[in-house]
Write a protein of this length. Sequence first.
Length: 255
Amino acid sequence: MAKPSPSAVAARIKKELRARGKAAVAESIRRFFKSSARVRFIGVTTPDMRKVARGVYNDVKKVWALEDALALGDMLLCDAHIEARACGLAVLARFKKLFAPSMLPTMRGWIESGRLDNWALVDHICMEVFHPLIQSHPEIVKKTSKWASHRSLWMRRASVVCLCKAARKGEHLDAAYAVAAELLGDSEDLMHKAVGWLLRDAGDADQKRLRAFLLEHGPAIPRTAVRYALEHFPEPARKRLLARTRGDHVRARRR
């Protein structure tokens, strides 16, 4: 078959997404974002978006190289609608067998430039693209972990979320705890949640290590992060750790 260009495929994706869009779905999705977030919606459900991505991939997988999938992602990430950008990432994710460290600067640029400007898209690229890249090339964790000190909220969030799946498997735990420790003082609520998820996933692999981390850093950890971190502990242990990590200065403020 003739090799379709990334621009032609991008146009096809936008057309198919518009055909599936529904105002009621757009309004339903909007509830998951802060009112201040600049996110626009076509109104396509995640299963439908993934169907579009799967259909595109099936048509191009034999003729496209990784560079074509990256070019498609680059084009769709310029679209204002979250579904188009997510679909570009979903197609890219299906080329995971071709992933190489050379793609890291491109993805970093997407986040730094603001083209991935909300928690949903950042989490999507972390779970579906960064994770398989880390699985194949674990050396890049040294680079992504440095993003924890970045001025951009979304770069910091990526430094955390890209490690969650690996931490759940007991992989890169040293990096996971180092990133979490660096971000304990972050002022953003979206970071408190992300750090809590990472700690929870690390605890699934080694609960004793998580317990020790929480007891060591207790009062410095935002309570939102602690609660998420303890989600998978038995109820009695969870309550004890919630109390032991609160700190006297926190109790004093609550009186």
